[in-house]
Each structure stands twice: as C-alpha cells, then as structure tokens.
Write a protein that binds this ligand. Structure first.
Ligand SMILES: O=C(O)CCC(=O)N[C@@H](CCC(=O)O)C(=O)O
Ligand SMILES: [Zn+2]
Length: 341
C-alpha cells in the first residue's frame, strides 16, 4: 500500500528535516550532527537530540507523534520545528527524545493496525502482537532516555488529533496520578500554546503520556490539536503557538506563558465502556466533543450492560466512539471543575 504524504519536505535535505519521512520509508538512520549538538537513533521511529551545551534548567522532554497513524497534523507540526532546527534557524539546547509512535499505522493511514497502541503502556503488559511489542519498545526507549538525564525535570507531550469536532478544538488530557501534581507553569505554557481546555483523568489510563507521568514523575499530557485529517489537509495556522512551545523545549529557552484563566477545566466522572457486540451511542456521529447532555438523557445502549443515562447532573461527552473493541472505552463523561490551585 502506498504512503499518502506530502511531497518530500521543503527544500531541505538536512538529515533532521528528512528524518520523519525516512522513518516512514523504512530507511536505516545513522547518527548525524545538527546546530548545537547531534542526533542519535534509538530504534525504529525514535531519535534522541543530544545538545553540546544544554541550558541549565532545560527539561528532558519526550515529544511523540503518530501513536495513532491517521493523526497527521502533529507529524506536520513537528516536521516544521525540525526543519527550523535542521536549517540552523534554531539551536539545539535541551535533550529531547522524538518518537514516531506507530510507523506501521502511519504508513497505512489508520488509527491502529490490530489494537489501540495507546492503551498498552503498562509494565505488566501481558499481550503479544505488533502493538504490544511496539509499546514495550517505546516504554524501554523512554526509560533509557530519562535514565540518561538524571536531575532534569521531565516532560512528555504526546501529540494527537481527535476523531470529531470539539467545542474546544485544542485541549489537553491530563493523565491521572495523584502522586505527581501538575506544576502550575504547565497551565501557563499550555494556555500560551493556544490550548483551550484541560480534561483531568479520574483513573489510570495506560496511555503513553500516563506512562511517563506514572512511572517517571514527568509532567505529561496527551495534547489534542484539532481534528483527524489526511496529510496535506491540515490547517497548521492555529498550531503556530504550539510550534513555539515545542521549539522552546528543543532550544532550552523559557516557553511563553499566558494567563491560565483562558483554559476551561473538566474532570472525567465516568468511563463509558463498550461491553457487548451489540452497542450503540444514542447521539449522532457529528456530536462535538464536550457537548453537554441533560440529566436523564439516554447516552448508550449495550447488549450486555443495558442503558447508560445521565444521572442527576449534566455530563459532557468526550471521545465518543461506538466502533471500539468490546471491553474498550467508548466515551469519557466529564463535568466542568474549578481551575486547579
Ligand atoms: O477522538 C477520539 O475519539 C480519540 C482521540 C485520541 O486518540 N485520544 C487519545 C486520548 C488519550 C488519553 O485519554 O489521554 C486516545 O484515545 O488515546
Ligand atoms: Zn490519538
């Protein structure tokens, strides 16, 4: 199957500017130099940027894209940042692990090949198969990266796009872990990066960002940056502030900050699971994320579990997807909460 992607990137043939596409073409990657440091491959779709002179307070950051293969805007966004570094318009000043999560799914332009990679990031994972193996590889790469940078604050932004429209097109999912409180500066950075809402998870989710938070104490988020579209059809203009945040992580500069009053905070109250083969959501497919439903509203019908209705207080629905595998999450049900702190 041929890969659907934009033409070979920009005018630049610098190794960093072509890295993502060479990964997708399955080419072997050798180490190379860039302004301010070097790039060291750490496995398929994984490369570490190693600065010669890291800024004293630079984070050790993981930036991941393509965990879901059809979510192309983050790949194009990262590509733009890498081109600037590759062309010497920015100088590497911080250790960064870049991850192209699922090259196999990106090549096919599908969310996943066999099972959802973003539910498999747990150290007691028992499953076998391509996605479980990929999860193990990525967990080991993250473990080794953070181990190489003791004493630095840890950060992981896992970049995604959502299947549906959203009342807040750009939002952060904050993985659950009570032992790792989010630093207030993160809300300021994310507000400056153009995010509009934050969804706090209420329990362990075993996503990639959750992995870095739970096992490594990193500031970690899944960042939803608009809607799933094919390569070449993304509007990157609203993501320009996010590109500036990524560039600050790469150069070791202090990221821009903005008043977090611009963010609307939600907390997950329930996970709506698909139990049976016979399962349907009771609202239309074009219902945007964060749409609120009134008490008593029918949300889903499940052959095994029966009806799910909104209880006594309204609930907003996020990531509804009736097509998930039985046993998987079909939606998050959330309520607005006050801003933290
Ligand atoms: O739009 C959707 O239904 C899914 C978009 C997506 O891939 N979201 C992530 C969120 C991960 C999290 O809960 O932190 C996912 O479902 O893996
Ligand atoms: Zn995704």
């Amino acid at each position: 199957m041929s890969l659907s992607r934009p033409p070979f990137p920009s005018a630049s043939r610098a190794p960093l500017a072509t890295w993502l596409w060479r990964c997708l073409d399955g080419e072997p990657i050798a180490p190379f130099a860039l302004l301010g440091g070097s790039a060291v491959p750490r496995g398929e779709g994984v490369i570490e940027l190693v600065p010669e002179h890291p800024a004293a307070d630079a984070r050790a950051s993981v930036v991941s894209v393509g965990i879901h293969g059809d979510e192309t805007a983050p790949i194009e966004l990262l590509q733009g940042c890498l081109e600037r570094l590759a062309e010497g318009q920015a100088r590497l000043g911080a250790p960064v692990l870049l991850v192209l999560g699922s090259p196999a799914a990106v090549r096919r332009q599908v969310r996943y090949v066999t099972t959802n990679l973003n539910r498999l990031f747990r150290r007691d994972l028992a499953e076998a198969g391509d996605e479980p193996e990929r999860a193990r590889t990525l967990m080991a790469a993250v473990d080794a990266f953070f181990a190489r940078h003791p004493g630095r604050e840890r950060l992981h932004y896992d970049l995604h796009t959502a299947i549906r429209d959203s009342r807040y097109p750009r939002f952060a999912v904050e993985p659950f872990d009570d032992a790792v409180p989010t630093a207030a500066e993160q809300w300021r950075w994310l507000a400056a990066a153009g995010l509009q809402a934050v969804l706090h998870q209420h329990r362990h989710s075993w996503t990639f960002s959750h992995y870095s938070k739970h096992y490594h104490g990193a500031m970690a988020f899944t960042l939803e940056l608009g809607r799933v579209r094919p390569f070449g059809a993304n509007d990157l203009a609203p993501l320009a502030p996010m590109a500036r945040l990524l560039e600050a992580l790469l150069t070791g500069a202090r990221p821009a900050a903005a008043d977090p009053a611009g963010l609307v905070f939600f907390r997950v109250e329930h996970e709506l699971m698909r139990h049976g083969e016979a399962f349907r959501l009771a609202f239309t497919d074009d219902t945007p994320n964060f749409t609120e439903f009134a008490p008593g509203t029918l949300l889903a019908e499940d052959g095994e579990h029966g009806e799910t209705r909104v209880g006594e207080a309204p609930l907003a629905v996020v990531f509804p997807n009736a097509a998930v595998e039985p046993g998987a999450r079909a939606a998050l049900l959330a309520r607005p909460v006050p801003a933290p702190g």
